[in-house]
Design a protein around this ligand. Structure first.
Ligand code: MN
Length: 268
């Protein structure tokens, strides 16, 4: 199998008095654990450079982080909104659009499911406790690996297939979530308060899957069902990696002066 190159959307943070860019190691470890080659893309890339950065990339993970600016889905900011990053919003919306254009497999995680939804014209709850009070705690605090609520998955969905089950106890640390679904997305996972925790493309020929929890945090647990999400992404991306390798070989085969097109695409 050709190890596919998986782009991870990066963050910009200041620590030890320096501005730095990267992603949580858990995303990198999860992609490595599934057999992919993680490539971190910094959020300083503007739309034109994002397009170029995707050359040679076989799949994309949209990672967790800041609240998305509500202006991007036509809403006024709630007083409970956490500070958004315009830079990162535009970078990731550009990345998502460019990845869709190239039909790359895309896995959205936490902010990633929200980004996918906004990118497809959907809306978000800006702050669950104030807008959608519920008995399910979606941000209970504690360890990042702590499984604190259950998610029910649609049988036969991409999410259920990747996780290998239709119920999964998950970690949860988010105060935002999908409200109205974007075009072409279907909900395939819910908490018992019917909040959307998984969504995917209605069109199964596109590999787009997103979850509201943090599967990457389970990377050290070899038996965690969440590993299946990364395996499924890498598997979908490897199909592309193999296909692009084959087309590159075909292109080489056809480039010789005496070559002619044949049915297999290999020059004589
Ligand atoms: Mn949750």
């Amino acid at each position: 199998m050709t190890a596919p190159r998986i782009a991870l959307s990066g963050v910009l943070r200041t620590w030890d008095a320096a501005e730095r860019t990267g992603v949580n190691g858990a995303y990198v470890r999860s992609v490595l654990g599934a057999g992919g080659v993680p490539i971190i893309l910094p959020p300083l890339l503007d739309a034109a450079l994002v397009e170029r950065a995707l050359d040679g990339i076989d799949g994309v993970v949209l990672t967790g982080g800041e609240d998305i600016h509500p202006g991007l889905y036509g809403a006024e900011p709630s007083p409970h909104l956490y500070p958004p990053s315009r830079e990162r919003d535009l970078f990731e919306l550009g990345l998502f659009a460019a990845a869709r254009e190239r039909a790359l497999p895309i896995l959205g995680i936490c902010r990633g499911i929200q980004l996918v939804n906004v990118g497809l014209g959907g809306t978000l709850f800006q702050d669950l406790p104030s807008e959608r009070p519920s008995s399910v705690a979606h941000d209970p605090g504690g360890a990042r690996q702590a499984r604190t609520h259950e998610v029910r998955l649609e049988p036969g969905s991409r999410a259920a297939e990747a996780l290998g089950r239709t119920r999964v106890a998950v970690n949860s640390f988010h105060h935002q979530a999908i409200d109205r679904l974007g075009t072409g997305l279907v909900a395939t996972g819910w908490t018992e308060d019917e909040l959307i925790e998984a969504a995917e493309s209605e069109d199964r020929s596109t590999w787009l899957l997103a979850v509201q929890w943090h599967p990457e945090e389970m990377h050290a647990d070899m038996a965690a069902p969440e590993r299946g999400l990364f395996r499924a992404l890498v598997e979908a991306a490897s199909g592309r990696a193999a296909a692009s390798g084959a087309s590159a070989r075909r292109a080489l085969g056809e480039s010789g002066p005496t070559s002619t097109r044949s049915e297999t695409g290999v020059g004589r």
